[in-house]
Structures are given as structure tokens and as C-alpha cells.
Design a binder for this molecule. Structure first.
Ligand code: ZN
Ligand code: ZN
Length: 115
């Protein structure tokens, strides 16, 4: 195919940059988290996930705990992206992505003054 792509605009570049997964500290607990905008849903979602990869058992535990899990798609040219992990995608058995889960801040230690 030789169809010419339209020239990317500044807005396209900003959109692409927002989709790259980047390590950023969580503003609440300071933990290192992966943040990216995922373009897979009707409305783009801003995801903040723990960077630690999950094995299937850990993913089940995370989902039971009410956390969403995501595919981390690594791309040499496109950067890493966080992709929506739908049930068909999981059931399809072809997923070779790293699996990560939504970040949850750890419970803050309760500050008590012992008298
Ligand atoms: Zn996947
Ligand atoms: Zn946090």
C-alpha cells in the first residue's frame, strides 16, 4: 500500500506521548508507578499501575481484590503502552504481554499517640 498518511499534527504528537507508559511516583504514597493513557476504550483512560509484572495466580488475586489488570505492550519504536485487557483477549490465549495491575496505595499507618 502506498497511501500517504496525513501529516501528524502537534496534537497527534501530544496524544502519542501521553500513551507512552512512563514511571512516575504516585502523588499520594510516593511508590513508583507506571502511568499512561490507554486509547483502547471509547473514552481514553488514564491508567496508574504498579510496574511489577503479575503471574496468572497473582492476576487472579488482583482481580478478586477489585483491581483492573492491564497488558503492558512493549514497542521498540512506539514506546511501551498500557492496553485494555478484555476477557476475550485473556481467553484468546494469545496474549504474550506483561500483565500489570492498577496501583492501589498501601494503607497509611494510623498515627496514634500513645499516652
Ligand atoms: Zn495482552
Ligand atoms: Zn499510591
Amino acid at each position: 500500500m502506498t497511501a500517504q498518511r496525513p501529516r501528524p499534527t502537534a496534537a497527534d504528537h501530544a496524544q502519542a506521548a501521553a500513551e507512552h507508559a512512563q514511571l512516575r511516583p504516585c502523588p499520594r504514597c510516593g511508590a513508583q508507578t507506571l502511568v499512561a493513557r490507554t486509547p483502547d476504550r471509547v473514552a481514553a483512560l488514564d491508567v496508574r499501575a504498579d510496574p511489577a509484572p503479575l503471574d496468572p495466580a497473582a492476576e487472579i488475586l488482583a482481580r478478586l481484590a477489585g483491581r483492573l489488570t492491564w497488558c503492558l505492550a512493549r514497542g521498540e519504536h512506539t514506546g511501551d503502552r498500557i492496553r485494555w485487557r478484555g476477557t476475550e483477549h485473556i481467553a484468546g490465549g494469545r496474549c504474550t504481554h506483561t500483565v500489570i495491575a492498577d496501583h492501589r496505595c498501601p494503607p497509611q499507618p494510623i498515627q496514634e499517640t500513645l499516652l
